[in-house]
Design a protein around this ligand. Structure first.
Ligand SMILES: Cc1ncc(COP(=O)(O)O)c(C=O)c1O
Length: 408
């Protein structure tokens, strides 16, 4: 290639390689060198997709559902999504208010692409799912981070939101249960946020509810749109089958909201990828329409692992973790180790260096809080067996005991 040729668009310049990508690459490199690395970075259930869902995909392929599907989603899956919202969230949508995409991620991207003007602001509650920020940047928007402290359960407060809203604010993205903290809002908190947004009629709400089914301690999940019916037409619900049904590889997500916005999102999708895979859509319809016992089985397993991880992390001097209310992550505070010295005299300056140390010394891959916009923390995925969780935490404890800290 001609040396003076830069093949990369300036749109990509602000997009830095993510810390999670760095961790997984570094973990793979160490594994390739023969090291026994435990990867706690992955954000996907470790279960197999339930058999009846796989069977539905077989049946669809055999029945010849192998042609281009409608761009917005198959009639059957959109109907299943409409029924899911009615049954589980007491929300009424028509099929024309639904889009099916290649995973929840594409729903989010479609929505931002369909709606965002240059330099318009998108409010992100930090810590947030890192991809929100990158998508906003790629599309020429401006991500604005609202730090949400551990004292506020990592949730945005109504007053912080009120202060952050400007004329240029286009969206606020809410994600509960949250990746990376597992935090979720109470009905009153959702209503308080809704009251603020009611006064700012130019702002749209994206509520990413992909972890809806993974909630603990007998809490009941509440959809933002159900808590704030007055904002339903300004709210885009983002959801999908990846997490609830162990279907990350099938790539089916869906969105529900304002009909005009959905139509614009379908227009975007028609230019990029067309309709999502027809066979995966048949599988997703079977997931939503079929027996839900596997969802509860997975939830119980995640709750048990949450308990295991919390009880063990809380015994490690210098780490902080309140029990996450949902999802399958632990967002662990590591402030006591910022400024700590390793045995060979290196100082750990921040949570990125902290996770580098864990990888090098404990051979445990975890993602730094900076990847989610809040430091000093690190995220462990708990979507793995008890045995591996115990091993990983043993190794972390051993490696941290080798550090010299001022604060402990
Ligand atoms: C908060 C959040 N939203 C969306 C996604 C993407 O989901 P999907 O696999 O359906 O694209 C993830 C996946 O990790 C996530 O954590």
């Amino acid at each position: 290639m001609n040396k003076s040729l830069n093949p990369v668009s300036s749109r990509l310049v602000p997009i830095k390689p993510s810390a999670s990508a760095w961790v997984s690459q570094a973990a793979k490199a160490l594994k390739a060198q023969g090291h026994d690395v435990i990867d706690m970075g992955l954000g996907e259930p470790d279960f197999d997709t339930p058999e009846h869902i796989v069977q539905a995909a077989h049946a669809a392929a055999k029945a010849g559902q192998t042609r281009y599907p409608p761009t917005s989603g198959t009639v059957e899956l959109k109907r299943a999504v409409v029924e899911k919202f009615k049954r589980e969230n007491d929300l009424d949508y028509s099929s024309s208010q639904i889009i099916v995409s290649n995973g929840a991620k594409q729903v989010i991207f479609n929505a931002l692409m369909a709606s965002l003007e240059d330099d318009q602001e998108v409010l992100l509650c930090a810590p947030y799912f890192g991809q929100y920020k990158d998508m906003v940047l790629i599309l020429g928007g401006k991500p604005v981070e609202l730090p949400c402290s551990a004292d506020d359960k990592f949730l945005v407060t109504a007053s912080a939101l009120d202060k952050a809203i400007k004329d240029k604010t286009r969206w606020i993205i809410l994600n509960a249960p949250s990746n990376p903290t597992g935090a979720l809002y109470s009905l009153n908190e959702l209503k308080a946020i809704g009251n603020v947004l009611e006064r700012h009629s130019h702002v749209m709400v994206m509520a990413d509810e992909i972890y809806e089914h993974i909630v603990f301690d007998d809490q009941k999940f509440l959809s933002f749109a159900a808590a704030n019916p007055q904002l339903k037409d300004r709210t885009l619900l983002v959801n999908g089958v990846s997490k609830a049904y162990a279907m990350t590889g099938w790539r089916i997500g869906y969105g529900a909201g304002n009909k005009e916005l959905i139509e614009a999102m379908v227009k975007v999708q028609s230019q990029i990828s067309s309709g999502a895979c027809s066979i995966a859509q048949a599988a997703a319809a079977a997931a939503l329409n079929g027996p839900q016992d596997s969802v509860e089985r997975f939830r119980l397993a995640f709750e048990r692992r949450r308990d295991l991880v919390v009880s063990r992390i809380q015994t490690i001097d210098g780490l902080t973790l309140d029990p996450p209310g949902g999802a399958f992550y632990a967002f662990v505070g590591c402030e006591a180790f910022v400024g700590a010295a390793t045995r060979d005299g290196k100082i750990i300056e921040d949570d990125t260096q902290f996770t580098q140390y864990l990888l090098e010394d404990a051979k445990v891959a975890a993602v730094a809080g900076s990847a989610y916009g809040l430091s000093p923390f690190f995220r462990l995925s708990t979507a793995t067996s008890d045995d591996i969780l115990n091993q990983a935490i043993d190794r972390i404890a051993e490696s941290l005991a080798k550090l010299t800290t001022q604060k402990r």
